[in-house]
Design a protein around this ligand. Structure first.
Ligand SMILES: Cc1ncc(COP(=O)(O)O)c(C=O)c1O
Length: 367
């Protein structure tokens, strides 16, 4: 059976007419940057996620970068996050001259271990970036309590978690800002790069809008050093079509995850995803913890089942961060996760036969 890890063309064909019309609408109008589509998308995403303001930007990476810039984080500052994430989370901190300070993960959820945050705080700490990995939110109540006590900014890396909920609140609506990625493989994916920042604070929203547009509020007048990070009208128009389906697609992901859970639950050499009872998960990834991960991955590849490793090397061991001076053994849970995890195909259009083929191939490895 031919099975891609992710099938974006199937989704396009299911909604082709609406997408094509939306793109043509923008082309006919001839307005491509920061127009009506972006503004409407910002309002629609903010409202759907229980926040107030949306700021469309170039990517999830820029959403994080601009959030840090909006709060003046830079040289000499420290920002706490986890090493078990995509590099963008900590890369933006380093780009601004600040120092990423890593805290290990909770081995059950793969998210930051809130018990370990206190030990990482110094007089230089300015912000915490919790990452909602694979589509499940980090434990936000204790994080917000710590932030309030020390006057830190909380920037949610919700790149993988649009519509995920923590105690009834949506990802991106709890921290000072929440950052989404519209990379094509995300649950709400554009046909190119894109991202959005949510915030409930009017001043922060205005500052972010200024920073994403060369630090300019009035054309050719620049009140701060910003960057060019604007979501374009074509991507916004595409995303507005997809937004109408996101709840239905999220539900399909949940159903697929539940069926995987049910079929795999009796295999002792693997652990299906753990979900805290107060969370909902949107399964941007369906990620198992397994024994003999590399051998299993090879077996699945040999049987035509594509998989991915999110992520094979934690950030504290990456060459790019060697200057931070971390070493093997500093974050054992992140290191263990890097050698144990494997992500299976999951997307709303995955059919039962494909899911069954994945399960059968895993079972044949374990029999
Ligand atoms: C956890 C996490 N943070 C940040 C990003 C960066 O998003 P983008 O690729 O849109 O820049 C990603 C995307 O892969 C991500 O998964």
């Amino acid at each position: 059976m031919n099975m891609p890890l992710l099938d974006l063309t199937k989704q396009y064909h299911a909604i082709k007419e609406e997408i094509d019309q939306a793109v043509i609408r923008v082309l006919e109008k001839g307005s491509f940057i920061l127009g009506e589509e972006v503004q409407l998308l910002e309002e629609e995403v903010a409202s759907l996620c229980g926040s107030t303001y949306g700021i469309g930007v170039n990517s999830g990476t820029d959403a994080l970068l601009l959030s840090l810039m909006a709060y003046g984080i830079g040289n000499g500052d420290e920002v706490i996050t986890t090493p078990f994430t995509f590099i963008a989370t900590a890369e933006v901190v380093a780009l601004l001259g600040a120092k990423p300070v890593f805290v290990d993960i909770d081995p059950k959820t793969f998210n930051i271990d809130v018990q370990k945050i206190d030990a990482a705080i110094t007089t230089k700490t300015k912000a915490i970036i919790p990452v909602h990995l694979y589509g499940q939110m980090a434990d936000m109540d204790p994080i917000m309590d710590i932030a309030k006590k020390h006057n830190f900014v909380v920037i949610e890396d919700a790149a993988q978690a649009i519509l995920s909920e923590y105690k009834g609140k949506c990802a991106g609506s709890i921290g000072h800002t929440g950052c989404f990625s519209f990379f094509p493989a995300k649950n709400l994916g554009a046909y190119g790069d894109g991202g959005m920042i949510l915030t409930a604070d009017k001043e922060t929203a205005e500052r972010l809008k200024m920073l994403r547009n060369h630090g300019s509020r009035i054309k050719y007048h620049h009140s701060a050093i910003g960057c060019n990070s604007r979501l374009d009208e074509i991507q916004a128009a595409v995303l507005r079509v997809k937004l109408r389906y996101i709840q239905k697609w999220t539900e399909s992901r949940r159903q697929i995850a539940e069926r995987y859970n049910e079929s795999l639950k009796d295999i002792v050499s693997l652990a299906t995803p753990f979900k805290e009872e107060w969370n909902t998960c949107v399964y941007n990834q369906y990620t198992l913890r397994v024994q003999s991960r590399d051998r299993l991955q090879k077996h699945l590849t040999d049987n035509g089942i594509p998989t991915a490793i999110h992520y094979p090397m934690p950030l504290h061991l990456q060459e790019a961060f060697s200057y931070l001076g971390y070493k093997q053994g500093d974050f054992p849970e992140s290191e263990k996760a890097s050698s144990d995890v494997i992500s299976l195909p999951i997307y709303p259009e995955l059919i039962d036969e494909q899911r069954s083929a994945v399960v059968a191939a895993i079972k044949s490895f374990n029999s």
